[in-house]
Write a protein that binds this ligand. Structure first.
Ligand code: NI
Length: 197
């Protein structure tokens, strides 16, 4: 992680991670479906709530709330990104071997295929209504800012459609637990963070 984050109860995490060398992996619908599947399985296994997301061509934003009191963002990220990476490499081996070449990195005596940028990406703790609202807006407006669509709901791979009530969406989102968020605003965060800052 380039930015320190904290595995604190009741905190929302705003995650950003990018494709290796910013290659545009997610212009391919089957890559999007594989990431959706990986995210779905991680969500079932680790019981986090997904509040917002967008798959951009070369990066991903997620806003999630871990469901367990004891959680590790490193584990959550690994379970989302890891299976996807393996499946994508298998898929490309069969369908697009030429695409795989640019992801090949020498490792020891062999070759590994790098799908994600190294370093894990960014992880920000959010714990106020204002910051969470702003993050959702930022995430869902990303395809509009990049000129990919006119309205957020026009982008298939974001939570904007589900939020607008569209039922046929590839990934369902969870309702934001505002009660939990409000509760967090009463906690003194500077104390909890301690010397980590
Ligand atoms: Ni972005």
């Amino acid at each position: 992680m380039r930015r320190k984050s904290f595995n604190l109860v009741g905190h929302t995490h705003f995650l950003t991670f990018s494709c290796y060398k910013r290659y545009q992996i997610f212009t391919d619908a089957s890559a999007c479906r594989l990431l959706a599947e990986s995210l779905h399985e991680a969500r079932l296994r680790l019981r986090f709530a997904l509040w917002s997301y967008v798959f951009m061509p070369d990066h991903v934003h997620l806003l999630l709330m871990p469901g367990e009191d004891k959680y590790s963002m490193a584990t959550i990220l690994k379970q989302i990104k890891g299976p996807f990476g393996k499946w994508l490499v298998e898929d490309w081996k069969a369908r697009h071997p030429h695409l795989l070449r640019r992801h090949a990195v020498a490792s020891g005596s062999g070759t590994v295929f790098r799908v994600w940028e190294r370093g894990g990406g960014f992880d920000r703790n959010l714990y106020t209504r204002e910051h969470i609202c702003r993050a959702v807006e930022y995430i869902e407006a990303n395809p509009v800012r990049k000129g990919l669509v006119v309205n957020p709901v026009d982008w298939l791979w974001s939570s904007a459609r589900a939020r607008a009530g569209v039922e046929d969406v590839p990934i369902h989102i969870d309702a934001i637990s505002w009660d939990e968020v409000e509760l967090q605003q009463t906690v003194d965060h500077s104390q909890k963070r301690g010397s980590d800052l």
